[in-house]
Every structure is written in structure tokens, then in C-alpha cells.
Ligand binder design. Sequence first.
Ligand code: GAP
Length: 432
Amino acid sequence: MAIDMDQLVSLCKRRGFIFQSSEIYGGINSCWDYGPLGVELKNNIKRLWWQAMVNRQDIEGLDASILMHPKVWEASGHVEGFTDSLVDCKKCKHRFRLDQLTEKKCPDCGGELTEPRQFNLMFKTYMGPVESEANIVYLRPETAQGIYVNFLNVQSTMRHKIPFGIAQIGKAFRNEITPGNFVFRTREFEQMEMQYFVKPGEDKKWFEHWKEERIRWHQSIGLNEKKLRFHEHGKNELAHYAKQAFDIEFEFPFGWNEIEGIHNRGDFDLTRHQKFSGKSLEYFDDQSKEKYTPYVIETSVGADRTLLAVILNAYEEEKEGDEVRSVLRFHTSIAPIKVAFFPLMKKPELQALTHQLQDATRSLFRTRYDESGSIGRRYRRQDEIGTPLCVTVDFDSLEDKAVTVRDRDSMKQERVAIDQLNPYLAQKLGIR
Ligand code: GAP
């Protein structure tokens, strides 16, 4: 059964995935805190992205500063072009994005609207104690610029030849006018971006390559391929830097929407940074003796949007007699908790063996211990947070040196020898 967004927000809170930020003060619009299971899930997504994108010969990692020289944002086009057109209702004072209005009157009260004004989406602050124009700095609205300004630093220190890429994960900030749909559109979010530097003329080939690689990655973390599709940007949708762009979209309860953008940025960014900084960012190919400004193929995915898609994709309700079993069928690689350990009863000898087994597993996988309520109830609790495997220690375990392992998806139970337990769990979880 599909879940709606209100149910999802309450499920994420109840199960310790995501809380409203500053909740005890009434919350702050569009800001969310990742709870114990949410942070595990998000870290798993980020780790898998890093493994896929950086554990290879031709891509290096980077962690650039959030605050950058203000000229970066002039060069990138964000000061001038990263704007939305806004109108206000003269009567009820509500504010709207012009591109989201279908009528010339206020959709809330029918009042007259003001002329559109340009609103820049970058957050501004001041560096140092003086709040003057000269001290303005911006919170980065994308992580990409930290990569462009370090292009030659990485290329020369790591002695890369083109094509090669630079990847990073980090926070980005946008003063969105219409945030919403939970963590789908927020003002503070995390991006996982990779910029691949290629020889001009080879950009189309690499663009196709990265499009395919990236959709495969979304499938590899368990997103249903029927809920994923490409959307090509028309001329009027293209961002100011893009020559060509495809979104990877996921089918959310509120419709198909972007989770990742793949962009051919041409030489826009490097050329602009050369112009604004006065420093050359050209690459010299010492084999062909050519000097050129590389083109960039960018893959840019939101960690928060991916996490939202992952939870929606995993959620299922099943009828079991009179009861409903709700389960999060996370792919084993991203499940926040991999294995739960239960003593059948609260008896010291069972508790001691259960702790011993959990301790022997703790360094391999994220685990949990639970001894309260019936075994059936404890299974349900783990199903609800998506734990793939549960291990139960019973009285027989003390004699036959074996435990029962129950699988979340098939609900089948198997008896496994204790001395084979860790390899068995690793094999079931697909972890070598
Ligand atoms: N550097 C290119 C870039 O930033 P984008 O399409 O504006 O491109 C890339 O953003 C990804 O970042 C999106 O596909 C989305 O997953 C995420 N993202 C963008 N704005 C967001 C927001 N306000 N809240 C959450 N995620 C956002």
C-alpha cells in the first residue's frame, strides 16, 4: 500500500529517522534533524556513493570550504542569475513564485499582485565583525564551485591526465521560496557532486556514459527501476551554466521529481573563473602538446532527496491475518541496522550469550539488542526499521551451539551454528 507524505513524516519521527528541527520551540520551517536511524541511513547512502564514485583510478575526492571568496559567486553566475521572480499579494501579503502562478490574481484571496521582483536564492552573511558590503560572503548554493577552483590543484598534485574527475559531498544552502515536501526541498541540504573534466569534443560521449552509470547506481541501492526515469531539460529549463541536462527522476507520492541532475557544463565555469580570477585554468596535454580549457560533465545528486526516495521505495504494508505488518524493505547495503540480537527470554544465561554474539559481530555490522516483549513483537519492531536479519538465542542454543536467524523479507527462519554465524550473516547481507 502506498504511503502519503503526512504518514511518512510521522513514521520517520516515530521510528527515529527524522525530527523537526528545534521542535521544542515550535520548529523552524523546512529544517529537519536526522535522528539515530536517519543518520545511519544517510551515511550508508553517502558511503555507497563515495565507493562508486571515488574508489576508482580516474576520480579524486575533495572537501572544500563552504564559505568561499565572494568573487566565486560572481564568476559562477549565481550573484546575477540564481534568482526566482517573486510577486506579493497587495491584499493578503502572501508571496508567490511567478513561474508557479497560472492566474494574474492572488490564488489565495483573488487580490491584486505586485510587479515581479528578482529574489536571489543565496544566503548572505558577513565575514568578521563588520557588517558592511565589503564583508559579504555567501553560503554555497552548490558544492561544485569548490571543485572548479581546485581543478588545477588536484590535477597537478595527483598527476592526472584528462579525462579525470573530482567528487565531493557537502552541505549546500538555498533560500528557497517554496520549500516543502519534507526533506525533498529544504534550505539546507547535502549534495554529492562529481565534476568530470574532459577534452572538448569528447563531452557528448562522457555525458552518455555518466547518465547510464548514475541511473545504475540508483538501482544498485535498491530503488525500483519502474520508479526511475530520465527527463531531458528543454531549452527554457536549462540552468545558466548548462549546455545539456538530464534529470534522474523518482516517482514520489507528489509526482515524478528530480533526484539527480547530469549536466554538460561545457567550459562555462572554468572560463569564467579564469576571467574573474585572472589565473589560467588551462590544461596542458604533454603528449599532444595541446593546451585547452576542459569541458565538464557534472553529476549532482541530493543525499536528502535520495534518502526520501529510498524510504518511500522501501515502505510496504502487508496483511497478516487480522494484523498489518509494516516493513521497510531497505536494500541490505543501506539498512541502518543490519542485525538484531534477541535472547528468547530475560534469563541471565541467554542474555549473556546474546551479548557475547552481538559483541563478536559489532565490528562487522551495525547491530541492535532487544529483549522486551514477545519475539513476534520484536520481529515487527525490526521490520518497521528495515533490519534485514534477526538472531534469537534460545535454551537449545546453550546445548547445540546454534541460533535461529530470521529473514525480514521471506520471514523464513534458519538454524545456524554459532561458529558459522558471522560468515553466514555476511553472506546473507552480501558483505564480503
Ligand atoms: N551543481 C549543480 C546543481 O546544484 P541542481 O539540479 O540545482 O544542480 C542538484 O541540484 C541536486 O541537489 C538535485 O537533484 C537535488 O537532489 C539536490 N537539491 C537541490 N536543491 C535542493 C533543495 N532545496 N533541497 C534538497 N535537495 C536539493
